[in-house]
Design a protein around this ligand. Structure first.
Ligand code: DAH
Length: 344
């Protein structure tokens, strides 16, 4: 009987180790350990053995049973692990997931383009504070406290009640022209500078007005600067930005910090001058203020107005962006909705 037990064990182990699927393994289990399995039947014979042999054969029979059981459960574990590994097999034919790639905001794209165009004709780029003093935003620009032109610059003043700063002296800059005084008092002519940046006004927000928008200021000072230099630079810029066919028109206008002063209009790039909602059917779009820097502004920064002359201009950068992309609402430029931003 001992030999039979060993024989059953050997055949069971070799079948189990050869088995490569769980269903067959289950059948083998029945075949050896089931109610009428080979081992079970042998065990039923045990009581028939002579008493002195029963102990020894009984132990052997238990060992054989344990070995077969353990081998089956190890094989089960191995096969089920293989099955779950098969499930996560990589299918290299499935197309991958494309990661989203961002891009520059339309406002930034326009800003980079402007800077690039002016750099080509020798302009440097400067930056400055958005919280400004009354002096640089107004007084240095020949706009004293009681000047009526202050009314047009709906100014947001900073609340300084619990500080040592005098009331009405600190504000959010209303124009990037604030940088004229700050820069010109530090460097000596000749220079050509542009200053892009945010400006703030107490405006009712609608399709064409915002309480916060972007401008850029440009100015150049040298010994022989004339108004025609200003015209040339402005025309050069708009032709480069909107295309060579763009026409530029200047009309007289008063700004306290320039004399003479002008406003420039460009032929509407949306309707090509025929008339549309962008240009209010006039074919022309007002785009900047400009002029020859007022002698008082030069004196304020200790530049001799008899020796040096300069021109200055201020352009609505936000306006350039809405015209470039034909946006009919200025608020689209500050809307973070991806459905809008993805279009540019
Ligand atoms: N700072 C003016 C504004 O915001 C624009 C402007 C007009 C700038 C005339 C200039 C200029 O430099 O000469 O309305």
């Amino acid at each position: 009987m001992g030999e039979e037990l060993i024989g059953v064990k050997n055949s069971a182990l070799s079948l189990i180790l050869d088995c490569d699927n769980l269903k067959e393994l289950e059948e083998l289990k029945l075949q050896f350990l089931g109610r009428s399995g080979k081992l079970t039947l042998l065990l039923k014979e045990l009581p028939k053995l002579p008493l002195e042999k029963r102990g020894e054969i009984g132990r052997l029979a238990n060992e054989v049973k344990k070995t077969i059981e353990e081998t089956i459960s190890q094989a089960q574990e191995k096969l089920s692990n293989q099955n779950s590994q098969n499930k996560i097999d990589i299918d290299t034919t499935i197309p991958g997931i494309k990661p989203d790639i961002g891009h520059l905001h339309p406002m930034t794209q326009v800003l980079y383009e402007v800077v690039d165009i002016f750099k080509r004709i020798g302009f440097q780029v400067a930056d400055g504070p958005e919280i400004e003093t009354d002096y640089y935003n107004f007084e240095a620009l020949n706009i004293p406290k009681d000047h009526p032109s202050r009314d047009t610059q709906q100014t947001l003043y900073v609340d300084t009640r619990n500080s040592r700063i005098a009331a009405g002296e600190t504000l959010l800059r209303t124009q990037t022209s604030n940088m004229q005084g700050r820069i010109m008092e530090k460097i000596k002519p000749p220079f050509r500078i542009i200053v892009p940046g945010k400006v703030f006004r107490y405006e009712q927000v609608d399709v064409s007005h915002g309480f916060e928008f972007q401008q850029f200021e440009g100015f150049a000072v040298d010994e022989n600067i004339k108004m025609t230099d200003l015209f040339g630079v402005i025309e050069y810029f708009f032709k480069k930005f909107f295309g060579e066919k763009t026409k530029v028109r200047f009309v007289c206008h008063n700004f306290p910090f320039v004399e003479p002063g002008a406003e420039a209009y460009i032929s509407c790039n949306v309707c090509k001058g025929k008339g549309c909602t962008f240009c209010k059917n006039s074919g022309w779009v007002e785009i900047l203020g400009a002029g020859m820097i007022h002698p008082n502004v030069l004196r304020n920064v200790n530049i001799d107005p008899n020796k040096y002359h300069g021109f200055a201009f201020g352009v609505g950068l936000s306006r350039l962006a809405t015209l470039r992309y034909q946006m009919d609402d200025l608020r689209l430029l500050t809307n973070p909705d991806m459905r809008i931003l993805e279009q540019f």
